[in-house]
Design a protein around this ligand. Structure first.
Ligand SMILES: Cc1cc2nc3c(=O)[nH]c(=O)nc-3n(C[C@H](O)[C@H](O)[C@H](O)COP(=O)(O)O)c2cc1C
Ligand code: SF4
Ligand code: SF4
Length: 283
């Protein structure tokens, strides 16, 4: 297992309390944020949400701790459906401190409201929320190296501040975020998940990376060379497969995509529990 640390992160010494961090990440931004935060909070390795779903107890890390955090990308104005489902099923405690950190390109919208709604329906609360701007993964052009590096430095400074707030159990979430379009946003997302179609071109080397990074185990790489390595019946529409394809052979049927992933994250770090499972099939 590769070391799950970001190089060069500096954090202020603070009072530490036991903490569990869960993340969902398609292109590594949210994992980079979760790793930086874990370092600053002196918390155990962040736990992948898709990865934990293949474990006997997906919620083991959260059972005895005083703080539980979720780190995830904004997908279509809210949190990814798989992360929402994970929080919906999570056993919660009234006295536990819950926090949520979203990563986004332009702005979030409903993600904190939606998490708070899920938690408060079960008698808990979202205590703290923060949004971190990262290099985007929905454009047409690949971002340039300098802007990625600059964004990474800004993120590290912001995470040090966020960690301090969390260590001090700061409360900043009072249902004050904007809930716009509400149910409409989710309906659109569901339609997208059910209708996304992929195109694989002749550059495909059948390496299996797309299958290994897919959080939904939605891809299989068959023996038949003419067979597209994607099936979309369980698709989360997260585009991880498109971004991580080393040959640039994968796109959605409707448009071309940039190819981006966080420079300090490798595909095997995304969802380690699933990566081992997938790669053993590929080998
Ligand atoms: C399907 C999809 C939908 C997205 N929707 C939004 C959005 O509504 N607002 C936004 O600012 N960024 C949006 N983004 C950009 C991501 O939130 C952003 O790049 C994030 O940092 C990616 O994190 P990850 O690398 O952990 O997956 C979207 C990305 C994808 C793939
Ligand atoms: S990651 Fe790309 S090259 Fe590898 S199997 Fe998937 S589509 Fe083919
Ligand atoms: S098939 Fe691609 S877009 Fe769909 S869930 Fe898997 S990695 Fe994400």
């Amino acid at each position: 297992m590769p070391p799950r640390q970001l190089p060069g992160m500096l954090c202020l010494p603070t009072m530490k309390t036991p903490c569990a961090l869960y993340y969902f990440s398609s292109t590594g931004n949210s994992l980079a944020v979760a790793l930086a935060l874990a370092q600053c909070l002196d918390a155990p390795d962040p736990v992948s949400i898709p990865g934990s779903l293949v474990l006997p107890d997906p919620y083991a890390a959260s059972r005895e701790v005083e703080k539980v955090g979720f780190v995830f990308p904004v997908h279509r104005a809210t949190l990814p459906e798989m992360a929402r489902g994970f929080i919906e099923q999570m056993p919660v405690r009234e006295d536990c401190y819950y926090f949520a950190i979203s990563t986004h390109t332009l702005f979030g919208m409903n993600e904190f409201w939606d998490i708070d709604e899920v938690l408060s329906a079960k008698g808990a609360l979202l205590n703290y929320a923060a949004a971190v701007r990262m290099t985007g993964n929905v454009g047409l052009l690949n971002p340039d190296f300098r802007s990625v590096e600059r964004r990474q430095h800004l993120m590290e400074a912001q995470i040090a501040e966020i960690a301090e707030a969390i260590n001090n159990r700061q409360e900043n979430y009072f249902r004050r975020s904007v809930k716009l379009l509400g149910r409409l946003v989710r309906t659109f997302t569901e339609q997208r998940r059910n209708s996304i179609r992929f195109r694989v071109d002749e550059r495909c080397t059948r390496c299996g990376v797309c299958a290994a990074v897919c959080p939904a185990q939605n891809i299989s790489v068959g023996i038949d060379a003419s067979q597209a390595p994607v099936r979309s019946d369980k698709c989360e529409a997260c585009l991880a497969c498109v971004h991580w394809c080393p040959a640039g052979a994968l796109s959605t049927a409707t448009r071309l995509h940039q190819h981006y992933h966080h420079p300090q994250i490798r595909p095997e770090q995304l969802n380690p529990e699933r990566f081992n499972h997938e790669t053993s099939d590929i080998a």
